[in-house]
Design a protein around this ligand. Structure first.
Ligand code: MGP
Length: 202
């Protein structure tokens, strides 16, 4: 997404949210969330990971969320090697962020665009609606479109806290309606080696 597109999104989302707010008060969320976008489809040679990662929009109302989701944030619209992220405001979707540094992620794959879109939407609604008992443990969710398989990952804060991660994993499976086993990996392992072993599964 070009900077001008991001600016248009910002203006439209604000306008729509404001228009919606003229009749009723916008519905405030428990906390602020930020949408991010990363397009690694045309990587600059030698560019370090993260150079194409862009913060797009921070919001804290239901109306802004629906407007942004509807207009932009559907993973089926992404090119190959691009990602959307929805993270708590103030947390960057990077292993290097202090809130993520000791964390990890639950992952699911999808071969069908419609399923990925649906799992992404269900997960985002659960996050902004504070549906997880361990909400403080959650950093955000990432939708990744890849040649081989699309992926969704739920990033959490304290990888070593197995009980918290198992609680989140079980709840997430219900939310996205997945019955197959899902796996949890530590960011620390990903930092060290490319083929990462899973630490927990549920
Ligand atoms: P990835 O984006 O998690 O998987 O990490 P992808 O792109 O689906 O690739 P695959 O290996 O699963 O097929 C891919 C690579 O990007 C990692 O091995 C790192 O080199 C780099 N990378 C990914 N993340 C999320 C980070 C990060 O947060 N920080 C840094 N420094 N590098 C990262």
């Amino acid at each position: 997404m070009a900077t001008s597109e991001a600016a248009t999104v910002t203006a439209t989302a604000t306008a729509t949210a404001t228009a919606a707010g003229t009749e009723t008060q916008p519905h405030k969320l428990e906390r602020k969330w930020t949408f991010w976008f990363d397009n690694q489809s045309k990587p600059k040679q030698g560019a370090a990971w993260g150079t194409s990662l862009r913060k797009v929009y921070t919001f804290d109302t239901v109306e802004e969320f629906w407007c942004l989701y509807d207009q932009i944030f559907k993973p089926s619209r992404l090119p190959i090697n691009a990602d959307f992220h929805l993270f708590k405001a103030g947390i960057e979707p990077k292993w290097e962020d202090p809130e993520c540094a000791s964390g990890g992620k639950w992952s699911v794959t999808s071969n069908r665009k419609a399923i990925l879109d649906n799992m992404w939407l269900e997960t985002m609604m659960a996050l902004i609606g504070e549906q997880f008992d361990e909400a403080d443990e959650i950093c955000g969710v990432v939708a990744s479109v890849r040649q081989r398989q699309d992926k969704l990952a739920l990033w959490t804060k304290t990888a070593a806290n197995e009980a918290a991660q198992m609680g989140i994993g079980k709840k997430w499976k219900e939310i996205i309606d997945v019955t197959d086993r899902i796996t949890y990996s530590f960011h620390d392992d990903s930092r060290r080696e490319r083929s990462v072993k899973s630490r927990y599964n549920v």
